[in-house]
Design a protein around this ligand. Structure first.
Ligand code: B12
Length: 312
């Protein structure tokens, strides 16, 4: 089971101006939300002025983030209240002493803790809750990806073994594979091949990219880890795809890729490079005959679609 999770304080601490400074939500808007939707729920100080707690601050951040996702204020408040109720029910089942909405970072920690304990029932529970609250792309980018990085950090600090890291990342890899298989057919008449470079065994990033591409309507042929370039070229030609996307995370793979690069020279479609190694060496993409679309995967996908649609 999980240790005691993060539980913010519900004592009134901050004036409306201080909350405005911390959340960039104007005090007038806060009063409007309170009047119309019943959230936040500040206490009153001895002078009658509103005093907002840590809980109120979290709720305000949550509502603001949902509005930025394109959700209406009333729906955002509803989600916030639902979450409060869900956590109350879950708390009584699991004896977790909290009643407060969580934020993205809490979910990252909860997912890390539960997967490292091999408590997949718990991990599934948190993931389900995340999908109810956030878009799939946001869960991948802001929860699953940081959780994987978190495994790496814990391993580097000697807190977990390689076996722990393998076990936990294999679970998340499985979740992504299920998502990839479930996303429907391509919708915008484009298809791409996604593969890891030769000798590259970090494939979760490429898998995540493929899920996000498919969700954007792009057809994806996903090949997975360690793909020799000669085979990759023939496969891509046979599929008549509009682009080849190669993921590289390690020095070993980049060396293998450089050694085999001539294999790709007859490919007449654009090649895009990405992954942790290219995020550190973006200038190398051009040198290797491809393009780099930036370290923000959601933006990279938008740019890729734009480039390919211009070329269709
Ligand atoms: C899981 C893991 C493994 C697993 C991978 C399992 C699998 N099936 O994928 C296994 C056990 C195989 C592994 C092996 C190794 N690993 Co490892 N691993 C990790 C770990 C914990 C997570 C990697 C991950 O999935 N990251 C999350 C993904 C989502 O991020 P991403 O790949 O960057 O992808 C995102 C973007 O870059 C983008 N993207 C990806 N590809 C592309 C392509 C295009 C075209 C575009 C547009 C975008 C894009 O989309 C993704 C979503 O945003 C990391 C820790 C970390 N900091 O990441 C270490 C880490 C990457 N590993 C490391 C090391 C050292 C190794 C080994 C060398 C260990 C060893 N001695 O054997 C081997 C190398 C194997 C090899 N030759 O490839 C180091 C790398 C250090 C370095 N700077 O090079 C890290 C950082 C751990 C550490 N802290 O030291 N590893």
């Amino acid at each position: 089971m999980l240790d005691k999770p993060y539980s913010p304080n519900s004592t009134g601490l901050y004036t409306a101006n201080e909350v405005e400074g911390r959340t960039a939500v104007p005090a007038t808007t806060l009063r409007q939300w309170e009047r119309r939707y019943g959230l936040p729920r500040p206490q009153r100080g001895a002078n009658g002025y509103r005093l907002y707690s840590e809980v109120d601050l979290q709720q305000i951040h949550f509502i603001k983030a949902r509005i930025q996702d394109g959700i209406s204020v009333s729906r955002a408040v509803e989600l916030c209240l639902n979450l409060e109720t869900t956590l109350l029910i879950h708390s009584s089942e699991e004896n977790i002493p909290t009643k407060q909405p969580r934020v993205l970072l809490d979910y990252v920690e909860l997912l890390i803790a539960s997967t490292l304990q091999s408590d997949y029932e718990e991990a599934n529970y948190w993931l389900e809750e995340c999908y109810q609250l956030y878009s799939v792309d946001d869960v991948l980018t802001h929860i699953i990806e940081p959780a994987l990085v978190g495994f790496g950090e814990r391993w580097q600090r000697g807190e977990i073994s390689i076996a722990d890291e393998h076990q936990a990342s294999t679970y998340l890899r499985g979740k992504l594979q299920i998502l990839l298989d479930r996303v429907g057919q391509p919708k915008i008449g484009l298809s791409v091949v996604v593969a890891c470079g030769p000798e590259e065994h970090h494939e979760i990033g490429a898998l995540m990219l493929s899920v996000m591409l498919k969700r954007s309507g792009v057809g994806v042929y996903y090949l997975g880890a360690n793909t020799p370039l000669a085979d990759l070229m023939h496969y891509t030609q046979n599929r008549k795809s509009q682009a080849l996307l190669i993921s590289v995370g390690s020095e070993k793979s980049i060396n293998a890729l450089k050694a085999q690069l001539f294999e790709l020279s007859s490919l007449k479609i654009p090649i895009f490079y990405g992954g942790a190694w290219f995020n550190q060496h973006p200038e190398m993409a051009l040198e290797l005959g491809g393009q780099y679309l930036g370290g923000n995967t959601q933006q990279a996908i938008r740019q890729l679609i734009h480039i390919l649609q211009k070329g269709v």
